[in-house]
Design a protein around this ligand. Structure first.
Ligand SMILES: [Fe+2]
Length: 283
């Protein structure tokens, strides 16, 4: 059932892809991934959804500190300390700080050192504290485009089974593969990646969860309800508000963006619609 405040996909809140993808390898992938995460460099992401203006009002009132707001409010001295931890300090002219934007999808990326300092000195909350781009996707609007995209060395060396699994997913081409992990007790802030009134198409992607359940939910801002996605492989409309519930353990998922293989979507949606018709006939 699609709530009034969700756009969804083909009349449903999300698409459960479990019936269409062989997931028998997931337990083995989880072994490989958790072993790799203990060894490879990881990043933080998120932490600025409110200042990006992509949170619903009900959640934007939450008290967690947003790095966009924190950086804007820094004194000149605090800004100099912050700038000194950058990987690109030459870009951070304090006299022009009002023109600079930082972090996710912004002009100046945050360094790992800056993220840690924002967290520890300024109390910024970064929801995704284990973030790895296995195939860097570039700017958000280019994430489905395969041109110039490559697996990272860490992915090829430490995650060969995961790379192979992604290669077998029903994509004609892939433009981005990222691992998004949340540490125990952290939650993923509710946000949407586009405004459905402006962006009327749905980006093709598959998210899969090899490890413990990650309780992702869609937030219906009209009805004030949550639809939890209880599937280990799925696709949803990321122009709908979505977030991740807190749980007392580490959780992660891998999101693959690209172009679906010819006919995959038609077969999957056709099969789901046939299933719904059979269910509704039964009653
Ligand atoms: Fe998102």
């Amino acid at each position: 059932m699609l709530g009034r405040g969700l756009t969804g996909i083909a009349g449903r809140p999300f698409v459960d892809l479990e019936p269409f993808i062989d997931l028998t390898a997931l337990a083995s992938l989880d072994d490989e991934i958790c072993y790799a995460l203990a060894q490879i460099p990881t990043d933080y992401t998120g932490g600025c959804h409110r200042s990006m203006g992509i949170m619903p009002e009900a959640f934007a009132k939450e008290p967690w500190a947003d790095h966009g707001e924190v950086i804007r409010a820094m004194t000149d001295r605090e800004f100099l300390v912050f700038a000194s931890l950058s990987d690109a300090p030459h870009l951070l002219d304090p006299a022009r700080r009002a023109e600079l934007t930082f972090g996710e999808e912004r002009a100046v990326p945050l360094s790992r050192r800056q993220m840690l300092h924002l967290e520890m000195k300024h109390g910024v909350y970064f929801p995704w504290k284990v973030y790895v781009e296995l195939m860097p996707g570039g700017p958000w609007e280019k994430k489905s485009d395969p041109a110039g995209k490559r697996w990272t060395r860490d992915a090829l060396v430490h995650l060969p089974r995961t790379v192979e699994f992604v290669r077998r997913l029903p994509f004609a081409s892939v433009g981005s593969v990222k691992l998004l992990g949340l540490r125990a007790n952290d939650h993923g802030t509710v946000h949407r990646d586009a405004d459905p009134a402006v962006k009327t198409t749905v980006d093709p992607f598959i998210t899969f969860c090899p490890g413990r359940k990650k309780r992702l939910f869609l937030w219906d801002d009209v009805e004030g309800t949550r639809t939890h996605i209880d599937a280990r492989a799925f696709w949803f409309n990321d122009s709908d508000y979505h977030g991740v519930e807190a749980d007392p353990w580490f959780r992660y998922s891998i999101r693959v963006d690209g172009a679906f293989a010819g006919g995959f979507l038609e077969r999957a949606l056709g099969s789901l619609n046939a299933g719904s018709a059979a269910t509704s006939t039964r009653g």
